[in-house]
Design a protein around this ligand. Structure first.
Ligand code: 5RP
Length: 215
């Protein structure tokens, strides 16, 4: 992480932390951008804020900072989810899952009233491209990989907290909606890292020391 990129992530994260209001239930993403978000939320000292975490790492970091983390099993709706991304296209398609947390991240984003994406400017792409992160059931793994064609388990990455195998798809993306629909049709696939534009409320982009919004 260069200093310039870190500063951009921090600027975007701090702008998102300013959106948090007392009493909200907040969805916390995963990754190095979210690592800047957690202290920025904690610094606001809003006693009535509760959070759900998209990974054990985020949960531990949030608790360490004194944030009130609740279990996401019995919660129906999230007010505001905030998370990073690996790629953001001009149409607001996202690729997520560089940290392998995309299944829980997508469940949280889908449950959120508002989903705000925080990125450094290097995450903006003209077109979505591989790799697309996947989470696959261990059951039938070889047959699912065969159906996927261009996919490989991610070396050295442990199973997700839900027991899934983290993998990446390396084919030609073309139209992200067509690819997402095809991936969603494969029974052995738990989830993929393509997040559609209708899931995304805002994109906050750190650019130098200012924060831009994707129009
Ligand atoms: C984790 C993710 C992250 O949001 C994505 O990988 C971006 O990470 P970072 O903030 O470290 O650049 O999807 O599964």
């Amino acid at each position: 992480l260069t200093t310039a990129t870190a500063n951009e992530k921090k600027a975007a994260a701090e702008a998102a932390a300013a959106l948090v209001e007392d009493g909200m239930l907040i969805g916390l993403g995963t990754g190095t951008t979210v690592a800047f978000l957690l202290p920025a939320i904690a610094a606001r000292r809003l006693g009535g804020v509760r959070c759900v975490a998209t990974s054990p790492a985020t949960e531990a970091a949030a608790r360490q900072l004194g944030l009130h983390v609740v279990d996401f099993t019995t919660v129906a709706r999230i007010d505001l989810a905030i998370d990073g991304a690996d790629q953001v296209s001009p149409e607001r398609w996202l690729v997520k899952g560089g940290g392998g947390a995309h299944t829980r991240e997508k469940v949280v984003a889908a449950a959120a009233e508002r989903f705000v994406v925080i990125v450094s400017s290097d995450k903006l792409v003209d077109e979505i491209a591989a790799p697309v992160p996947l989470e696959l059931l261990a059951f039938g793994l070889e047959s699912t990989l065969a159906a996927l064609g261009h996919a490989k388990p991610r070396a050295g990455t442990p199973p997700s907290p839900d027991g899934g195998i983290i993998a990446d798809w390396f084919g030609r993306v073309g139209d992200p909606a067509t690819l997402a629909a095809w991936l969603d049709s494969l029974p052995g696939l738990v989830s993929h890292g393509l997040f559609p534009p209708d899931m995304v409320s805002n994109v906050l982009i750190g650019r130098g020391s200012v924060v831009d919004r994707l129009p």
